[in-house]
Design a protein around this ligand. Structure first.
Ligand code: ADP
Length: 766
């Protein structure tokens, strides 16, 4: 059933094993059938296919398949000899007793080369055929030239003479050079030409295939003679009229013509039998001997009923109501299908053409008998093929349409019905142009310059992209694969039609996605450049702040101190107050600049990370805060603290800022500050708890922003930079920082540092 498919077909089970293949699969992969069946499909399609068949933990086979069905997947096939070739696969599921099987239609898409080769071969074959034809034509011409008693020549469809034998020259008096290219009307008497008889003869011949008559003809020298003529229409295999033949002789020469007639009979390709009105065989040729298995003497004088049991003799023997001539007239020129019987009793189908022959004994009938068993077998074969083919068509995953040379649909499958939205009866007999408006019918119907076979040869095996049109008028992109199918009605073409809209869409989507990624990348590059620029500006600002701002400030502070020292006694109280406030402001500004510098240096002045026991960090910070701790009478305690990886001086700054704030934002009680750390997942959470004034939750985020303060200088001095520095330091170490606090209930600042290690037992000193 799979065999007639143009693609290689492989049926695979859920274990990824091949259970069925067709001959195209054997060919494409270079294995014999028994080598393929039972093999893992991975051996012939190494990647991507088996994975689609075998369910993984997260989804069932059916789901895995559902995503693939109906889509062309491009993969690589591997031949037995190890060579790879590009393929496209269409899957369709097939439920069976052993679970879901998968039919894969595999198309070698490197087929263009093969098609070209095929074309070259076809071209070679055509050349060979042409030569053979020329040779056989040569033989025929020689044979005809040998016949001197009959004028035999051919004409084109208009009646211009194109060939001329020796008999024609002898009887009509023209040489070949004199007559070829002239109209055969010149053989008719003037009065016949006047009433248009020559044209009429050709028309009758064209209509019936054959025409016979007796009539006066004119020789080259003007003399007239009575002629017996037989015309035949010459048609090519596609039924197109190519010309006519005339077969005639001069009746005045007819004497003891049997012998000559016999000669003619023998040259005929069919079995020929001449029968008299009583139904007796009077003459036959060697083909008749062969076909019926008798020798000549056994047949002559026999009843024709013995070899053609039914229907023939009845036509020859006149009944009471009509003459033999009438009876015959009805049969002449039409092929009758009858049965022939051989000497051994076996029967075979025949077709008979009758033509009458007047003789001294009355009307004789010449029967040309053709054995049509081969043709019949071919017709039956086609019927069988159709039966088989239909099964295959239905199993194919593509829509399949079989089209004849007239461009008419003769067979379709259910997928074609679905894809085009027509029912089967609406499709069959329709012109294929109605569902594939452009490009396809043109490929099937030969134009003047090349035969259908040539036209097809160029297309076979290549995917052609066209548009399909549904019944509702909507169109969709398709790819067509053609394969020829020889049949009794000539070459039929099987077209496997694949809807590629999904493939097209995903190609388009991919292109769109790529375009957007590209756009976004460009945007990011621009943003990056802007960021880089502003970073640079920030660093320059830090430099300006540290250097250019600090030095004038230092001289201002120097001069104000001089004023204080030298003019203390000479100034009044008001002036002294102003100078004191100026000194305060200058100090505040210096702190601001120093804090700002430390903020901008967290990233700029960073040192490589090292392993540090956290108690060491705390000890350093406490040393720096020593006087404030002492002044405030604070009590500072620590839980066990781990060893971590980080930038020591930045971590000291972090702890110093947090403890420092605990000292600054104290309540009525002396400050009590506790440091601790606990592991959480892959990080440490550090906590700094105080008993200070606490923070309203609505400010918990804001306080980490630079310059954000909740108090003025008089209440609590500060710059609003400390927590911003803390956040920068923690971020740089890959952690987070936040606060948990209520006004009046103290605060807990927590921060994380990733990657915990063993707790050290060292306790920092107070
Ligand atoms: P500064 O202390 O220089 O003002 P910070 O960034 O260190 O700047 O702190 C920002 C604000 O957060 C402070 O002005 C203060 O209002 C509040 N704050 C910080 N630490 C505490 C704390 N331990 N208890 C209460 N409020 C605090």
């Amino acid at each position: 059933m799979l065999e007639a498919a143009p693609d290689a077909m492989v049926v695979v089970n859920q274990g990824g094993e091949i259970v069925l293949v067709n001959v195209q699969a054997e060919k494409q992969f270079g294995y014999r059938r028994d080598e393929l069946v039972g093999q893992k499909v991975k051996n012939i399609i190494p990647e991507g296919f088996a994975e689609r068949l075998i369910a993984d933990a997260t989804r069932s086979t059916a789901e895995a398949l559902a995503q693939q069905i109906g889509m062309g997947i491009e993969l690589s096939g591997r031949r037995k000899d190890g060579s790879d070739f590009p393929i496209e696969i269409m899957l369709s599921p097939l439920e069976s007793a052993e679970g879901i099987l998968v039919t894969a239609a595999i198309r070698g898409i490197g087929a263009r080369k093969a098609a070209e080769k095929h074309l070259a071969q076809m071209e070679d074959r055509r050349r060979v055929t042409e030569t053979a034809l020329r040779e056989s034509e040569e033989g025929y011409r020689m044979l005809l030239d040998g016949v001197r008693d009959y004028a035999i020549f051919m004409m084109d469809p208009q009646g211009l003479v194109v060939s001329w034998n020796a008999g024609a020259e002898r009887i009509k008096g023209y040489t070949a050079e004199q007559i070829i290219g002239h109209n055969f009307a010149c053989f008719f008497p003037a009065e016949d030409i006047e009433r248009g008889r020559p044209g009429e003869v050709l028309r009758m011949t064209a209509a019936c295939g054959r025409h016979e008559e007796r009539g006066m003809r004119v020789r080259k020298d003007g003399s007239r003679f009575l002629s017996s003529l037989a015309f035949a229409a010459l048609r090519d295999t596609e039924g197109k009229l190519r010309g006519f033949s005339e077969f005639s002789h001069d009746l005045s020469e007819e004497t003891a013509s049997d012998a000559r007639y016999r000669g003619l009979l023998e040259a005929a390709p069919d079995a020929m039998v001449v029968v008299n009105q009583r139904g007796e065989i009077v003459l036959l040729n060697v083909q008749a001997e062969k076909q019926f298995g008798y020798s000549r003497d056994e047949l002559v004088g026999q009843r024709v009923k013995n070899i053609i049991p039914d229907g023939f003799a009845e036509r020859l023997i006149a009944d009471a109501t009509r003459s033999t001539a009438d009876a015959l007239a009805q049969q002449i020129g039409t092929g009758l299908e009858l049965s022939g019987r051989r000497k051994d009793g076996s029967e075979f189908p025949i077709e008979i053409m009758l033509s009458p022959l007047e003789s001294a004994e009355g009307i004789l009938v010449t029967a040309a008998i053709r054995d049509i068993s081969v043709r019949k077998a071919a017709e039956e074969h086609l019927v069988q093929m159709e039966g088989r083919y239909r099964g295959l068509l239905e199993a194919a995953p593509d829509a399949m349409v079989v089209v004849n040379q007239g461009g008419e649909i003769v067979l379709v499958n259910v997928q074609a019905e679905k894809q085009f939205g027509y029912s089967r009866d609406q499709l069959v007999g329709q012109k294929v142009k109605n569902i594939i408006p452009e490009g396809f019918a043109e490929r099937l119907i030969a134009d003047a310059t090349r035969s259908v076979a040539d036209a097809l040869a160029q297309q076979i095996g290549m995917g052609i992209e066209l548009l399909g049109r549904r019944k509702d008028g909507s169109e969709f992109p398709i790819e067509i694969m053609l394969s020829p199918l020889e049949s009794a009605e000539g070459i039929l073409v099987t077209a496997a039609i694949r809807n590629i809209s999904v493939r097209k869409k995903s190609e388009e989507d991919n292109a769109e996605l790529e375009r957007r990624v590209e756009e976004r990348t460009k945007e990011l590059a621009v943003a990056n450049q802007v960021l880089g620029q502003s970073n640079l500006e920030l660093k320059q600002f830090a430099y300006v702040a540290s250097h250019d701002l600090q030095s004038p400030l230092r001289s201002i502070s120097g001069f104000v101190q001089l004023l204080q020292l030298e003019y203390e006694g000479k100034l009044d109280e008001q002036a002294r107050d102003w100078i004191r406030r100026t000194v305060q402001s200058i100090e505040q500004m210096q702190t601001l600049i120093r804090d700002l510098l430390s903020y901008s240096r967290v990233d700029a002045r960073s040192r490589p990370f090292t392993r540090i026991p956290f108690p060491d960090v705390v000890n350093d910070a406490l040393t720096l805060l020593d006087s404030s701790i002492h002044d405030s009478g604070a009590q500072i305690t620590c839980g066990p603290l781990p060893e971590i990886t980080g930038d020591r001086s930045q971590l000291v700054q972090l702890v110093q800022n947090l403890i420092g704030n605990g000292l600054t934002y104290r309540g009525d009680q002396p400050p009590r500050i506790h440091l601790s750390a606990e592991p959480s997942g892959k990080e440490w959470i550090f906590s700094v708890r105080d008993n200070g004034i606490g923070i309203d939750p609505k400010y918990h985020e804001q306080i980490f922003e630079i310059f954000k303060r909740l108090h003025d200088q008089k209440e609590y001095p500060g710059t609003g930079i400390g927590l911003a520095v803390c956040r920068r330091v923690v971020n740089r170490h890959g952690g987070r920082i936040w606060v948990e606090s209520e006004p009046g209930h103290g605060s807990i600042f927590r921060f994380t540092i990733p990657e915990g290690t063993e707790l050290t037992n060292a306790h920092p000193t107070n």
